[in-house]
Design a protein around this ligand. Sequence first.
Ligand code: MSP
Length: 499
Amino acid sequence: MKKYYITTPIYYVNDKPHLGHAYTTIAADILARWHRMRGAEVYFLTGTDENGQKNVEAASAAGLGVEEYVEKMSARWQETWDSLGLTNNDFIRTTEARHKKTVEKFFKAVQKKGDIYQGEYAGWYCQGCEAFVTESEAEDGKCPIHQKPLKKIKEKNYFFKLTAYQDKLLAHIKKNPDFIRPKARRNEVVSYIKNFMQDISITREGVEWGIPVPGDSSQVLYVWFDALINYISAIGFADKKTKFKKYWPADLHLVGKDIIKFHCALWPAMLMSAGLPLPKQIFAHGYFTIDGKKMSKSLGNVVDPVELSNIYGPDTVRYFLLREISFGQDGDFSAAKLQKRYEQDLANDLGNLLQRVLAMVEKYLDAKAPKPTRENIENWPIIIEAMDNLDFTRALDEIWEVIREANRFIDQEQPWKLVKVDSKRLAAVLYILLETLRNIGWMLLPIMPTTSEEVWRQLGLEPTKEKQKKFSQAIKWGGLKQGVKIKKGKSLFPPIDVL
Ligand code: MSP
């Protein structure tokens, strides 16, 4: 059976989950569900990044011990994903023993290769980014992203010979045009590797909370060096050979555009040094902004995904995030845009279609599905191609094309007239509409899973049974059997007045 290993970045625990984080994780969930439904054995990983000095400070501000603090905050992230119905198979925490063990093993492999040396480092550091910021990037001595004063750091560290991998990295990127997507990000990474990449300090002195350097407990490993390794600790690099062999290399690391240098240069170089294969693809999506500014705790403009989901339901949030912004580009969030999408696309187009069709089947056909037809409404090939290509916006455009086409078909055929003159055509028209709705259920399953199931339930189908079908069989026209009794239920998207 084909496998599909997909990851999200692991999130810093000193922040609480906001809509920007949910965007990455929901996109990964959609892909995980998509590949599961296509029959792959999926491993969907997310988790929390828990080491580093900033957690010590955050814990003390919260009046808690660090261990207690990271435990509490990490649980909050998992609870958020649970309440949004996300289907991650695993949740990795970088304070877990399985991770520490992996990091130690990995460090030793890189050391053995001769890629670690001691040196002195001096520079301006941003704790929010957990990275050094150059003089030219800094704005009035502050981090351009977090707008907080930078710290001058000068210390003896261990370095990783990142520059030793410059040629190999460039060659790999050239040979594998889809390794970094979208193209604009690939160009950005290539320019960084060619012009700016330097060896990187991978340890810190005087940090109390982190993984000690094997053989030198006076230093801990730099959070990014430790965090990237999570992608292999979760699947058993340290001691689960079969599992590791089965899932590595990852099929996709999904990340935000802010962290591409780490994922597209440092991580692949680390893997090359340790003698491991590289992930197949890294896809960087854009920022979610509020009035043009990146959503972040330090800017105080966060939108809580759980609050939104409590109002509109998780499916609406999923739909909105993926429909409104072309995947890979930046996009701006506004409550008015969400409300408009809810009313027009969801309530008007989809909700009404189901209601109209079921009302007519109830009224004209004694609530039973008629005989299958050959005539159909669909465009599966485009949707499959778009989903496989991570082009969610295009997939949704096409699905809505089917929905609108079905609505137009009702207006053209006018079943309320057919009932008086042509009962055969009436039955055919209503079958086409019912079977289109069953297919729409499949099209929406990875993106709006609750809605799909409700559509099927109202069509008189058993969602668990429907989902057991093999995808290629399930989407074949004619799957809805004659005589199935529909169960018209409540409206899919009832009016919500929040503005
Ligand atoms: N801990 C590191 C990642 C280590 S992965 C080995 C980190 N964490 S983070 O919590 O700050 O951010 C993680 C990811 O959240 C970002 O890369 C991005 O995917 C997502 N986003 C955070 N804010 C976002 C927006 N405003 N918009 C879109 N995505 C955002 O970096």
